[in-house]
Design a protein around this ligand. Structure first.
Ligand SMILES: [Zn+2]
Length: 259
């Protein structure tokens, strides 16, 4: 397979630009957005780097892959290959379909089916933290995660037994069938350090001024910049597939969300 990679100096590309408004942080279910291209750097005739004043595309990061979709205007049409977060700006690396990119108005459209799958698996990852902690009667500490397929959450310590995994899965599926709202809030860094100490990823809090938290009703708040469902009912089903022990006293729990 031919691997497509971007080779741009991103420091130079975003140097004097304002920070990108990250629309997906507040409007998670928004699939279409009108915005303004404030920088464009063509790459040969086939690709281009685009920065907009605001974006609906979640860049790769926090265990979530880059969104997919299209960017179009009357002047051009393109397919998003990768949204990259760089120093407060989102750089969109696109493959040209037709025309030439110019600065000005543009319409972004998410590949909603792909994003919705990510949202289901990402929300399930938060639920998994809660269910594993409940089933094992001890807090969990996450190390990393990946919400594309195959999805996993990495944790510190020894992998749980099959019994604990089954119990966690049962707890998760009971919660899914009852349903629970997923709430978003924004805290100052100071509030975050006070209020989030029992969060499974507290040890990995980023050094930022504002911390976004995600809370499944009935579970603890988790700092996270990803995209989630508004109710865990939409996960439909949590399946814990296996746990894999890693060196350095850590393990991964692989899971899926069959429909
Ligand atoms: Zn999250």
């Amino acid at each position: 397979m031919h691997a497509e990679r971007c080779a741009m100096n991103l420091d130079e590309l975003v140097a004097d630009l304002p920070k990108t408004e990250l629309v997906y942080l507040k409007e998670t279910e928004r699939a279409r957005l009108e915005s303004k291209i404030i920088r464009v750097v063509p790459e040969k005739k086939t690709h281009a780097y685009i920065v907009m004043d605001r974006t609906v595309f979640h860049p790769k990061g926090g265990g979530q892959p880059s969104d997919r979709g299209t960017l179009r205007s009357p002047d051009f049409s393109s397919t998003l290959k990768k949204a990259i977060y760089h120093k407060g700006r989102v750089v969109h690396w696109v493959k040209m379909v037709s025309g030439t990119v110019v600065e000005g108005s543009v319409t972004s459209e998410l590949d909603w089916q792909y994003r919705y799958g990510l949202m289901r698996r990402h929300t399930a990852a938060h639920l998994l933290d809660h269910c594993l902690a409940t089933a094992s009667s001890k807090p969990v500490q996450t190390t990393d995660s990946w919400v594309d397929e195959p999805s996993y959450v990495g944790y510190k310590g020894q992998a749980p037994s099959i019994e604990i995994l089954r119990q966690a899965e049962d707890i998760g599926n009971q919660m899914i069938s009852h349903g629970a709202e997923v709430q978003i809030a924004f805290l100052t860094a100071e509030e975050g350090r006070l209020l989030l100490q029992s969060a499974p990823n507290f040890g990995r809090l980023p050094d930022v001024d504002e911390i976004r938290t995600v809370t499944i009703q009935g579970c603890g708040a988790i700092p996270c910049g990803g995209t989630h469902l508004s109710n865990i009912k939409e996960i439909q089903q949590l399946k814990i597939d296996r746990a894999e022990q890693l060196p350095d006293d850590a393990h991964r729990v692989f899971y899926s969300v069959p429909t």
